[in-house]
Structure formats: structure tokens, C-alpha cells
Design a protein around this ligand. Structure first.
Ligand SMILES: CC(C)(COP(=O)(O)OP(=O)(O)OC[C@H]1O[C@@H](n2cnc3c(N)ncnc32)[C@H](O)[C@@H]1OP(=O)(O)O)[C@@H](O)C(=O)NCCC(=O)NCCS
Length: 177
């Protein structure tokens, strides 16, 4: 998912890191905390690990997002205080919000963390009287689409060639009330 290419590429394109082999992390407890500029380095590295296809944001773009008063951002933290998940949301005028990006470290996936993070985001938005959450997802990203469908999002539109590599996206929406 990308906000819009113009924002994504504000500070230049990201490099494409090699895809590391995934080692499943040992089981443990997780908590959700606010994500601030203090976590910029960690979240930049994690963002790159979550999007090895080149969809990751640059450190500067993440810094920019964290500077915006309209951004809500959260991280998932292990017992050892390691950041293993993140979500950024931009609150728009008029009662809507945009899920800018969400990711869980490959070693910690399929543990319900993205579901927990989304629930947390939705509750934070409801507390601010935001009633609609929208997002874009690559048409080939079926695992994320499964997550969103399971959490009550619907596809409302397919946007042609939304991404710079020419792939389409689905625009998905959820009513939060
Ligand atoms: C998509 C992503 C955030 C899911 O994180 P996660 O913590 O593993 O997801 P959860 O464990 O909460 O899974 C919730 C649901 O999502 C779907 N899902 C998640 N991973 C899946 C996979 N690999 N294959 C199929 N469905 C999947 C399932 O419906 C799952 O429910 P289930 O476990 O009851 O079957 C994670 O895979 C990720 O970070 N991907 C890379 C970044 C990305 O694509 N972000 C979204 C951009 S739009």
C-alpha cells in the first residue's frame, strides 16, 4: 500500500534490499505503543524488511509522516522492547482516515498481530469521531487483502496502474461506526 507516489517519492526512491531468509521468532508477549520520532531508525529498518519489493518508505518520508499532526502511528513491541510491527494512519478533514502503511516483521507473522494493530488503530479513530477508514492494496497482495476482508473492509474500486511499476491497486473502505 502506498499513500500516493508523490509523497512516497518525496525524498527519492528506496533501494531494493535482498530478501532475507525468515527465521520464526520464539513465542512471547506483545504490546502496542505509540510510535514516535524516537523510533525512526527501528521503523525504517522494519519497513524495509516488510516491503522487500521496494514499496518501503524512505527514512525521510517516515520522518515527514511522523512530523504531521494528522498522523497517528503505533508500533508493536516484544517483551525485549524490539519493534516488530507498525501502522501509520493519516486523519483527513471530514471524518475519514487513510491507512498509510502497516507491516509486521516476517519472523512474527501469522500471530494475529496485524489484526490487533488494526483494532487498536480503529479504536483510536473512533475515539476521534472518525467514521471511515480507507486504504490501498496491491492486487497481488492477497495476504493483506485477506486480513482487510477479515477485518470488515470492502473493495470499492480498482485503480489502474496505481503503483509506479504499473500494478493496479484495490481501494478498500471500512465504516467504523
Ligand atoms: C499483511 C501483514 C501485515 C499481515 O500481518 P500478520 O500479523 O501476519 O497478520 P495476522 O496474523 O494478524 O493475520 C490476520 C489475517 O490476515 C490474513 N493473512 C495474513 N497473512 C497471510 C498469508 N501469508 N496468507 C494468507 N492470508 C494471510 C489471514 O486472513 C489472517 O487470518 P488467519 O490467521 O486467521 O487466517 C504482513 O503479512 C505484512 O507485514 N506483510 C508485508 C507488508 C504488507 O503487505 N502490508 C500491507 C500493505 S497493503
Amino acid at each position: 500500500m502506498q499513500l500516493i507516489d508523490s509523497i512516497k517519492n518525496l525524498f527519492g526512491p528506496t533501494a531494493r534490499p535482498l530478501v532475507p531468509k525468515v527465521k520464526v521468532a520464539p513465542a512471547g508477549e506483545y504490546v502496542i505503543r505509540p510510535l514516535t520520532k524516537r523510533h525512526l531508525r527501528d521503523v525504517t529498518l522494519l519497513n524495509a524488511a516488510c516491503f522487500p519489493n521496494g514499496d518501503s518508505y524512505t527514512r525521510h518520508t517516515l520522518d515527514f509522516l511522523l512530523s504531521q499532526p494528522t498522523t497517528l502511528s503505533y508500533r508493536i513491541v516484544t517483551e525485549d522492547n524490539e519493534t516488530v510491527g507498525f501502522a501509520f494512519v493519516m486523519v483527513n478533514e471530514g471524518g475519514t482516515a487513510h491507512l498509510t502503511t502497516i507491516g509486521i516483521a516476517p519472523e512474527h507473522r501469522r500471530r494475529g498481530l496485524a489484526k490487533r494493530l488494526l483494532l487498536h488503530v480503529e479504536n483510536a479513530l473512533r475515539a476521534r469521531s472518525i467514521n471511515t477508514l480507507v486504504l490501498e492494496v496491491r492486487v497481488k497482495n492477497t495476504s493483506a487483502q485477506d486480513l482487510y476482508r477479515q477485518k470488515g473492509f470492502y473493495v470499492v474500486q480498482r485503480l489502474n496502474k496505481y503503483y509506479t511499476d504499473g500494478e493496479d491497486c484495490f481501494l478498500m473502505v471500512k465504516a467504523l461506526y
